[in-house]
Design a protein around this ligand. Sequence first.
Ligand code: TRP
Length: 454
Amino acid sequence: MATETSKRGIWNSRIGFVFAAAGSAVGLGNIWRFPYVTGESGGGAFVIIYLICVALICVPYLFAELSLGRHHQRNPVGAIKAITGPSGWLLVGGLCVVAGMMILSYYSVVAGWAIGYVAKDVIAPHTSFEEFIASPGMVITLLALFLGLTLYVVIGGVQQGIERWAKVLMPMLVVLMFVVIIRSVTLEGAAEGISFYLYPDFSEVGFQTIMVALGQAFFSLSLGMGTMITYGSYLPKRENILNSGGYVAVFDTSIAILAGFMIFPAIFALGFDPAHGPALVFVILPEVFAEMPLGGLVGVLFFLLLSIGALTSSISLLEVVVAYFIDEKKWSRKKSVLTIGILAFILAIPSALSQGATGFLSDMSYLFGEEGLFGQNDFLSILDFFFGSLFLAVGAFFISIFVGWVWGAHYAAEEIQQGSSFGGTLMKVWIFMLRYICPAFIFIVIMGMLFDII
Ligand code: TRP
């Protein structure tokens, strides 16, 4: 086993990798962000555009990250350095590490709310969502709890920690989701929600819809900041990248779609508005649960499921940063995890206080104007826009150019061929997508986002 000969970890089995990578992908992005973004962007038509982004851009790009990671068995910075030596491209790797850190910070805040909602009836009964997220003591304690859990798993390392936990947590998540879906679609009036969700009305679709869909697809599949480079670096050479990556993409997308089936039928059955923004899951669902038989239990299960999904994702965000310090700075795993964990906690505090606790963080219109960025003006949403959408697209743009042109798509294709039968037309199509379609499409979207800010 490679762990005996080197300090780096390696996945124990392919299924271990698939669980861990799917665990990274499936999280708040699928269950919290996807439904509210879909609700705001008009339902069915958004879902179709999202699916096109996944199939056309994200899946080809996913294979680029996986092959780059496995080839040199390094973190994003190390993998790039192994190819170019010291060069400006290292900045792209550096951007990945910084983005990982920043996403981890605000992600842990939202995950903390989810943990809090598991036990809400006990710790804060009769408190509204707005009051709940504006109480500094509460959100910071929950944030610390969630980050603590993340550190605990990541200290365990690749096999003992991440893989073992993902194998238990992922199947639990799926089972719990089906329980909630069955409840939701059998409510009276659920059909209207299903048709909002499935019937595509393209009349409201604009360029912004495409931008939001692509950003959401990157975020949901954990792409654009080297998570899949890092996870790919623990894949043994004999494993089939095509199959494994394919499972992860299909699994992640299915969970997002299923999350919609949990939420939209219930919202319509109970007469709520689907365009409720980031608060959707937290404000609407408890009311939904309250009005259904066994609602208390379903609510606890739902937020438990959301917390589990968030944990297997935050693990992967932390792991990118940790792998950088282990490989490049020769720190021990424990030292890396603890140092970065403390830093992430400090960085997360402004996000935690930006939901009503502190005025100047909750409404930053003095910087971003009354409109804010895409309608949001709090510190957490601003970070999410920059690091969870814009920088992911920028990272993906540069990484696809790097793999397609600098390292060379043919080398990447050779790496994929080890362990999988990859050749002929399929390979040619992939190379074309990676070199031309991905960078061009992503570039247009980035320009659109920048123009939208200015
Ligand atoms: N994909 C995760 C989710 O849907 C979040 C996440 C984990 C992520 N690692 C990432 C997002 C890397 C962007 C980049 O919740």
